[in-house]
Design a binder for this molecule. Structure first.
Ligand SMILES: C[S@@+](CC[C@H](N)C(=O)[O-])C[C@H]1O[C@@H](n2cnc3c(N)ncnc32)[C@H](O)[C@@H]1O
Length: 301
């Protein structure tokens, strides 16, 4: 039979495609991947009511270490693995697919909207994006910053960066982990303010001008839901935002911003003049840098 990877889209239970819904309804077991994203406007019970099927929450432990449970008997019965957004949006469950293939279980994917493409709703063109990066919650003694180099690479060639923000579900405190107590902390979703502050902290440490406090950005909140909200401003503005309920992502603009993109974004800028100035400053700085590089090359010849 088939292991279906089904995208649920971004917000409401009804965002599932008709093909996805039909597949779920014929599956013997239905798992919902519940640690890389959340369906903002639906509970497990809402999904169960729509599908007429029990939904089993699949946490990281089950997907990464207990995949035999998900794949059990899938040679003989249909099993659905539901992923919020698209199954191949940002996080891919490649391990699970490889294991299914090894067991001779056919895999079929039913796609849906993902943050990776719906982000275009803010007015920035998907063609102008570079590498996507993820930002995790910093701890006092753990501040991973590999995203910094990726953002710098994107911005050096003028491209926008989609920054995905950490989600912590079913995490144990160090104390509970050390004592082997299966007590979990409440879920935490990184907001725009924290993301911007962490980005600035790393710039202050690295000082390679991957971005500055004046770099134009767009906050992407609750994309695809009725509460969707975009705010255009500088990175410093983002650190002061009250971005509200999750989920959130942040886009750091590149200097190749097209004027149509800017025109669209102005709708979301609290201070339109200041936002235009911030964008123009970056465009001008890039133009001057190009001239300087060309002159240097000429001198070398
Ligand atoms: C690891 S990615 C999973 C992406 C998902 N599979 C998809 O295709 O959309 C999860 C991160 O994407 C971002 N994200 C997902 N859905 C979002 C939404 N509706 N609005 C804003 N950001 C979102 C958040 O930063 C979240 O922490």
């Amino acid at each position: 039979m088939v292991l279906y990877f089904i995208g649920l889209g971004l917000s409401s239970p009804e965002d599932i495609s008709v093909r996805g819904l039909k597949a779920v309804q014929k599956c013997e077991r239905v798992y919902l991947e519940a640690y890389t994203s959340i369906l903002m406007a639906a509970s497990k019970e809402d999904l169960e009511q729509l599908y007429g099927r029990e939904v089993i929450l699949a946490d990281r432990e089950l997907v990464e270490s207990g995949s035999e449970q998900i794949l059990e008997n899938a040679q003989n019965v249909d099993v659905a693995f539901l992923v919020v957004g698209d199954p191949f949006g940002a996080t891919t469950h490649t391990d699970l697919i490889i294991r299914a293939r090894e067991l001779g279980i056919p895999v079929e994917t039913i796609h849906n909207a993902s943050v990776m493409n719906a982000v275009g709703a803010c007015g920035l063109q998907l063609y102008n994006f570079g590498q996507t990066v993820s930002l995790v919650f910093f701890m006092d003694n753990w501040k991973p910053s590999s995203f910094y180099d990726r953002i710098k690479e994107n911005r050096d060639i003028g491209l926008h960066t989609l920054v995905l923000l950490d989600i912590k579900v079913k995490e144990q405190s160090f104390e509970n982990m050390a004592r082997g107590r299966k007590i979990y902390e409440p879920p935490r979703y990184m907001n725009i303010e924290t993301a911007a502050s962490q980005l600035l902290e790393i710039e202050d440490m690295r000082q390679q001008s991957a971005y500055t406090r004046d770099t134009p950005c767009v906050s992407i909140s609750r994309l695809g839901s009725p509460q969707q909200k975009f705010v255009a401003g500088t990175l410093a503005d983002m650190a002061e935002l009250e971005s509200g309920e999750p989920l959130h992502s942040l886009v750091i603009l590149g200097h190749r911003t097209h004027e149509m993109e800017v025109e669209y974004l102005l709708e979301f800028a609290e201070d339109k003049e200041a936002f235009k100035v911030a964008v123009n400053k970056e465009v001008e700085a890039a133009r001057l840098a190009q001239i300087a590089a060309a002159e240097e090359e000429e001198d070398d010849d």
